[in-house]
Ligand binder design. Structure first.
Ligand code: SF4
Length: 318
């Protein structure tokens, strides 16, 4: 039976500048199922990483969550006191950030970094229990137990990113947010790290939100996909539906821009640039680049609607 672990409704995140608010996330709604792997894909600046930070309530000024609701199981995250939210991070919702491996403390051994994370959340263990916990966590992410006593500079990029995954799952969170977790790694290591993430997600029975811009990686990893454009979610559907029949004109162009075997790896870009998020123009944000734009699109912003069973699209064509 399908059940939801996360429900986001009408989330708005603005960055306040002297020239006015930059509407980085402009009323986004979506849900993630229990044990589901959900992807958020879009160009840089489309709002996907801002959503990740908002889910963890880590938006810093001049950014601000202006409105909406984030329900994680029975927790209303935007209503939690700061101290409660601090406990929820890692314990219930954990982040594997872009370049997380560079955030490891260079002067602490791996096991001490895991210890810090556990202690910070009030976990009390004997030193034997702690060593067992570290060994178990390292095994889950495919690292040898000797890694526990190593320093970050003794590890490869892929190993460091696995350590970050081990820390992220140390309290068995229900939801793991992975924001471009493999962006700094080469393709072979990328695949291995993604396989590790999938494995730990399945072991824990957790859900994942994978954030990225690489449609190919998304297709291999997630079950359902949300496509972001200029702070809006423009299409949400299963990966198979999106690749079989993309509905939103932007999604179509994204998929058409992927290199195929015939084209021998040539990328075809999407002409034009995303709109400014400062003083947004009325109408559909994709209007200036859309090959199917109509008169109405310049005036009226299309809402995200369920246009086929389990397929949501924000476009006047439907
Ligand atoms: Fe294109 Fe209009 Fe659809 Fe926007 S609403 S994507 S401009 S057809």
């Amino acid at each position: 039976m399908y059940s939801e672990v996360l429900r986001v409704r009408d989330l708005r995140v603005y960055y306040h500048t002297p020239r006015g608010p930059v509407k980085a996330v402009n009323g986004v709604s979506f849900a993630v199922g229990t044990r589901e792997r959900f992807g958020l894909v879009g160009e840089s600046g489309s709002g996907k990483s801002t959503i990740a930070l908002a889910l963890l309530r880590l938006i810093k000024p001049p950014g601000k969550i202006e409105g909406g609701e984030i329900l994680l199981d029975d927790l209303n995250l935007l209503a939690l006191p700061d101290e409660e939210m601090r406990k929820v991070r890692l314990a219930v919702i954990a982040l594997v950030a872009q370049g997380a491996m560079n955030s490891l403390n260079p002067v602490l051994r791996v096991k001490d970094q895991i210890y810090d994370a556990l202690q910070d959340h009030g976990v009390q263990l004997s030193s034997q229990e702690f060593d067992e916990r570290v060994r178990d966590l390292l095994e889950r992410v495919g690292l040898r137990r000797e890694v526990a006593t190593m320093y970050p500079h003794e590890l490869s990029g892929g190993m460091k990113q696995r350590v970050c995954i081990a820390i992220a799952i140390s309290l068995r969170p229900k939801l793991i947010i992975a924001d471009e977790p493999t962006s700094a790694l080469d393709v072979v290591v990328q695949r291995q790290v993604m396989e590790t993430l999938e494995k730990v997600q399945q072991d824990l029975g957790a859900s994942i939100i994978l954030i990225g811009h690489d449609m190919g990686l998304m297709a291999q990893t997630v079950e359902r996909l949300g496509v972001m454009y200029a702070g809006d979610l423009v299409e949400v559907a299963s990966v198979s539906d999106i690749f079989r029949e993309p509905l939103h004109p932007y999604t179509r162009l994204l998929i058409a821009s992927l290199p195929s075997f015939d084209q021998k790896g040539v990328f075809r870009g999407i002409p034009g640039l995303p709109p400014s998020l400062l003083n947004r123009a009325p109408g559909c944000p994709f209007y200036p680049r859309c090959p199917q734009a109509m008169e109405r699109c310049a005036i009226e912003e299309p809402p995200l609607r369920e246009v086929q069973p389990k397929r949501w699209v924000a476009c006047h064509l439907y």
